[in-house]
Design a protein around this ligand. Structure first.
Ligand SMILES: Cc1cc2nc3c(=O)[nH]c(=O)nc-3n(C[C@H](O)[C@H](O)[C@H](O)COP(=O)(O)OP(=O)(O)OC[C@H]3O[C@@H](n4cnc5c(N)ncnc54)[C@H](O)[C@@H]3O)c2cc1C
Length: 564
């Protein structure tokens, strides 16, 4: 899979307008240059100029107007994630403005209020940004406890009273989709407010960063029926369903940051001489770079395959409910590992003021923590473990989705419950088509994990222990991760050397997670013995390692550098 490179980027969407728009986005950043990018980041300047550019190029309007709300409008997930990857390649601020706009639009286009949908489409055309007001300072991930009140008024209508915390774009958004409760009925409700209204107070930026992550307060803000998006169970479902597809973008943000950091790191190391040798000749440097590259390639293969499942989703095929939180949780945490590995190589350079790396090093950390922490997403992933491993179902083959269709189902996902009814196609079918040495070792690890579950599965007490189940979840996630990496690898004809090298990393990671599980208190002796069996070494192949290093990793030296 090719890494994004602005120098050779030629998007291949079926319509020329999309290709020109995505190219123009990359071109806008390249023309601006690294120096001004870094200056804005250091001075924590919000991205007004990017928002102006997007207005003039109708970027957000093109990306996020669903079919039926504009001329040739289509909500195309592939196009959206490609934009997310490009924007994050230049910094999370640009990505975040788009991301929270999508979150803000979700409850609108999922909702019941046709008038607000039209309003939002018009505002998108006018170049507005949007926001999603869910989180509150006191309640964090406990979204059941929302304190925002919508208070019915005697003459009709409502006033809204309360505050929200950590709300991106809360400084500028034309519509802030706000989640609260009806003070009389206790029903959940989603309604929109305008950040420029006199009863809306943007209190502060909660972070000392270029992103604007607002605290806002509604001081008896007048809300009419026209501003209500959804009520009761529907409001709750719309909130979760919005997060379902928006959190997907986090993985692509991570891919963008890592890709830019990788180019910079290899350029630096390959052109630095210590003790009369190139830094890239140190064996540990080769290993760190190759591992980082394999992780990034896997992040991309998995995430872009997950796009196909999201675009093909329907009421009868809800497999995206597992794959999306993995893009969110696993891919973003792999991004942290990539940056850690690169930083171990470039050392002091990673602190310098001029290069891009400093941005990636700081911002990569936020991605696993947004839209539900890693724990919350892992708790969700574990719910699918039984059906995925032990109760496969038949589905039609999911093709690569490069068409420009509107992903209408995203706005009609229905009730958020019923996760236990979701079944998956048999992962054995995909793994069985590969016999590369490290994939064979990984298959044995999968078998060992199944045996553990079948013969010495977690006790009732262990199932209730979230810490224990999160550790199990890491092992389970790797099986699903490898599954879609192989599906995409097969479709793209990925080099077998690279696939085998990716699974070299996976075998080591699986072993490390098994070690973590082994160390949990409360394991029985039988469990400990079976878990020890999961710890395996990859099959050493120095020749293949050298080929991947030379032809794919070291070859990135000089391929891209952002001009000042
Ligand atoms: C930069 C940034 C931007 C953000 N933007 C927005 C935004 O635009 N809109 C918005 O609404 N929110 C936004 N958020 C809020 C974000 O979604 C929350 O940070 C997140 O929901 C978690 O809340 P918390 O950080 O307060 O953690 P807490 O809720 O305080 O969590 C504490 C600990 O408990 C664990 N935990 C909580 N629940 C569970 C569970 N069910 N199972 C297992 N463990 C659990 C957590 O993993 C964590 O370790 C943003 C946050 C940040 C940092």
């Amino acid at each position: 899979m090719l890494l994004f490179n602005p120098r050779s980027y030629h998007p291949e969407h079926p319509d020329e307008h999309t290709n020109e728009m995505l190219q123009a986005v990359a071109g806008w950043f390249e023309t601006r240059g690294l120096k001004s990018l870094k200056q804005d980041w250091h001075e924590r300047t919000w991205n007004h100029d990017f928002v102006d550019f997007m207005r003039s190029g109708q970027v957000l309007a093109t990306l996020m107007t669903p079919q039926g709300y504009g001329q040739n409008a289509a909500w195309n997930t592939l196009r959206n994630v490609e934009f997310a990857e490009i924007a994050a390649f230049y910094g999370i601020t640009y990505w975040y403005t788009f991301q929270v706009s999508m979150l803000g639009l979700g409850p609108i286009f999922n909702g019941d209020n046709e008038q607000v949908k039209r309003r939002a489409a018009k505002l998108l055309k006018d170049g507005a940004v949007f926001a999603f007001g869910l989180s509150e300072r006191e309640h964090g991930a406990d979204i059941y406890s929302s304190s925002m009140q919508l208070i019915p008024q005697p003459g009709g209508g409502y006033i809204a009273r309360g505050s929200k915390y950590y709300i991106g774009n809360g400084n500028e958004a034309a519509l802030v989709s706000t989640f609260g409760k009806n003070s009389e009925t206790g029903d959940y409700v989603f309604f929109v407010v305008d950040s420029k209204h006199e009863k809306y107070e943007c209190v502060k930026n909660t972070v000392n960063a270029q992103n604007y992550v607002a605290e806002y307060r509604l001081h008896d803000y007048p809300v009419s029926e026209d501003d209500i998006l959804s009520v009761g169970q529907k409001a709750w479902d719309d909130m979760l369903n919005t997060i379902n597809y928006c959190k997907f973008n986090l993985g692509f943000g991570s891919i963008g940051l890592c890709t830019h950091a990788l180019y910079e790191s290899i350029n630096h190391a390959a052109n630095r001489t210590l003790y009369d040798r190139q830094v890239t000749d140190f064996p540990q440097v080769k290993r760190l770079f190759t591992d980082a590259y394999c992780r990034l390639a896997a992040m991309k293969l998995f995430s872009y395959r997950a796009v196909d499942y999201l675009r093909c989703a329907s009421a009868a095929d809800r497999r995206y409910l597992l794959f999306n939180p993995i893009v969110k949780m696993k891919v973003t945490m792999q991004g942290e590992k990539v940056i850690d590995e690169l930083w171990d190589v470039i050392a002091a350079k990673g602190f310098e003021a001029e290069p891009f790396f400093e941005i990636a090093a700081v911002e990569i950390r936020s991605l696993p923590k947004l839209e539900g922490t890693a724990h919350v997403n892992m708790a969700l992933i574990v719910k699918f473990m039984k059906n995925y491993l032990f109760a496969p179902a038949d589905y039609p083959e999911i093709p690569q989705r490069t068409d420009s269709a509107d992903d209408t189902f995203l706005f009609h996902q229905g009730p958020a419950r019923g996760l236990g009814d979701v079944h998956f196609h048999d992962y054995n079918h995909t793994y069985g088509q590969f016999d590369l040495p490290n994939i064979e070792v990984f298959k044995a690890q999968i078998e060992g994990f199944r045996k553990l579950l079948l013969t010495a599965g977690p006790s009732e007490q262990q199932v209730r222990d979230i810490d224990y189940m999160l550790s199990m979840g890491e092992l389970f996630t790797m099986i699903v991760y490898g599954h879609l990496v192989l599906e995409k690898g097969q479709m793209e004809g990925t080099d077998p050397d690279l696939l085998n090298q990716i699974f070299d990393v996976f075998v080591r990671d699986f072993s490390a997670y098994a070690t973590g599980l082994h160390g949990k208190p409360g394991n029985s002796e039988a469990q400990q013995a079976l878990i020890r069996g999961l710890i395996q070494a990859p099959v050493a192949n120095p020749g293949q390692f050298e080929r991947v290093w030379q032809a794919q990793v070291y070859a990135l030296n000089g391929q891209y550098e952002m001009a000042d």
